[in-house]
Write a protein that binds this ligand. Structure first.
Ligand code: FAD
Ligand code: SF4
Ligand code: SF4
Length: 403
């Protein structure tokens, strides 16, 4: 008598999440995206943004083509069919900007487009400790509004999908999370996946955030919200409603050089290449949000809220190149400027510096050159494979210090 053959199990059906506290496959480059905290760790070798860079394949699968490197807008901001600036006509109180992301999540649930929204709530003990959730109600989505400016293990909630009844999902996340999600998308027990991306740069661990706040702001424990804004200042909001701003050029660079997570110093997915729709701010003028629709699925998402938006075209003014080149050299020497000089440069740059999309390009150039240098110095064996073609083209426009 022969026993019946056991059905073939997919790799994730045989795998277990990695134990918390173990060394994850990307080692020091791990951004704690959460994939390894789920059984989809089975695919980590191909899916992890820091083990295997696969922008072209991801863009082609998600949008039907990869970005056109000869088109400046696509070179910088990725595959797109529309780009504009917007604000919610009725902003959501307590959101990071005007709350377009949370409103989209709410409408996706209310209209039945999806059964759940993957978003990031906060720990009950600490407003900056992220707690990823599969929100099933508009109230849960709204409770997750505002950035938790620390590495967040968003993909750990994949573990909750089997048996949950969730067949249609809206995932909100930053680039490294979305790269891993796209890589395992075809193995997920879902009928539809919509991806709403946030641009992201310079993220930190919770300890790193504490160092950043302590070196930058007057009262670190009362900060409830902060953002690096287009006026070249960091805007902090305190729990008593007080606003405090600090010029970028006044940051304590020698102390902060080690604060950013290694993952973020080796990341080139600032504008979230794999998302259907991206909602950020840096390509828009001060106070507005910046929307990039990458494909028809992204437009379908946007349709949920477009009637509630005050919309304007994107604009671009100034020339970033000299400022980027000077910044590369100053950062490399880890200069800390006296505050009076930082304020003076801040006023000058705010008045005459890059605006709109040119500000976005300023930020991308500054971060890509810094990250390429960091990777080539700290991980020379993997640097060339890790830097995508679009980033290499951008970096080649600048003079980098010797390795
Ligand atoms: P809200 O309605 O307040 O919703 C915020 C959403 O962010 C929530 O749905 C929540 O689920 C999600 N979220 C919160 N924390 C995290 C996290 N740690 N990881 C993943 N998702 C999270 N935009 C730029 O243009 N340039 C940048 O450099 C930039 N850096 C960012 C860095 C981080 C870590 C994050 C989370 C966002 C960043 N953004 C950046 C996006 C921007 O700050 C706003 O989040 C975005 O414009 C949406 O604003 P909103 O008012 O619509 O969001
Ligand atoms: Fe795993 Fe994500 Fe870390 Fe890569 S970044 S090792 S996929 S948890
Ligand atoms: Fe992930 Fe890159 Fe953001 Fe770091 S900067 S959290 S690696 S998307």
């Amino acid at each position: 008598m022969t026993s019946a053959p056991s059905p073939q199990l997919a790799p994730h059906e045989r795998a277990q999440p990695l134990a918390k506290g173990s060394t994850y496959p990307a080692k020091d480059l791990c951004s704690q995206c959460g994939l390894c905290d789920s059984r989809w760790v089975a695919y980590v070798k191909d899916a992890c943004a820091f083990l295997h860079q696969r922008f072209e394949a991801m863009e082609t699968a998600a949008h039907g083509r990869s970005r056109n490197l000869d088109n400046e807008d696509e070179l910088y901001f990725g595959v797109q069919q529309r780009m504009f600036s917007a604000r919610l006509a009725q902003p959501i109180e307590g959101a990071q900007w005007t709350g377009i992301v949370s409103r989209l999540g709410v409408r996706a649930l209310e209209t039945g487009l999806v059964d759940a929204v993957l978003c990031v709530g906060q720990s009950e003990h600490d407003r900056f400790t992220p707690v990823p959730v599969l929100a099933r109600t508009p109230e849960q989505v709204l409770a997750a509004r505002v950035n938790k400016p620390t590495l967040s293990p968003n993909l750990e909630v994949l573990e909750q999908l089997p048996g949950s009844g969730i067949k249609r999902l809206l995932a909100i996340g930053v680039g490294c999370q979305i790269q891993a999600l796209r890589a395992v998308q075809s193995t997920l027990p879902l009928e539809q996946l919509y991806v709403l991306g946030l641009p992201c740069v310079d993220n930190v661990s919770r300890d790193g955030l504490q160092t950043f706040l302590e070196s930058t702001v007057s009262s670190p424990d009362t900060v409830v919200h902060y953002e690096f804004m287009q006026d070249f200042r960091i805007h902090f909001r305190h729990s008593d409603g007080r606003e405090e701003t600090v010029p970028f050029f006044g940051l304590d660079t020698p102390r902060l050089k080690d604060v950013f997570a290694s993952s973020c110093l080796s990341c080139f997915d600032y504008t979230n290449a794999g998302a259907d729709l991206v909602v950020g701010y840096m390509g828009a003028t001060f106070g507005r949000q910046w929307i990039t629709v990458r494909n028809p699925r992204g437009q379908e998402l946007l349709d949920l809220v477009e009637a509630e938006l005050d919309v304007a075209p994107v604009m671009s003014r100034g020339d970033r190149k000299a400022a980027v080149q000077q910044g590369i050299e100053a950062y490399d020497k880890a200069l800390k400027l006296p505050m009076w000089l930082a304020e003076l440069i801040g006023v000058f740059v705010q008045r005459f510096g890059p605006k709109g999309l040119e500000y976005g390009r300023f930020s991308i150039d500054s971060h890509f050159t810094r990250n390429a240098l960091w990777l080539r110095r700290n991980h020379p064996a993997k640097a060339e494979a890790q830097i995508p073609a679009f980033a290499k083209k951008i970096i080649s426009r600048y003079r980098l210090p010797k390795i």
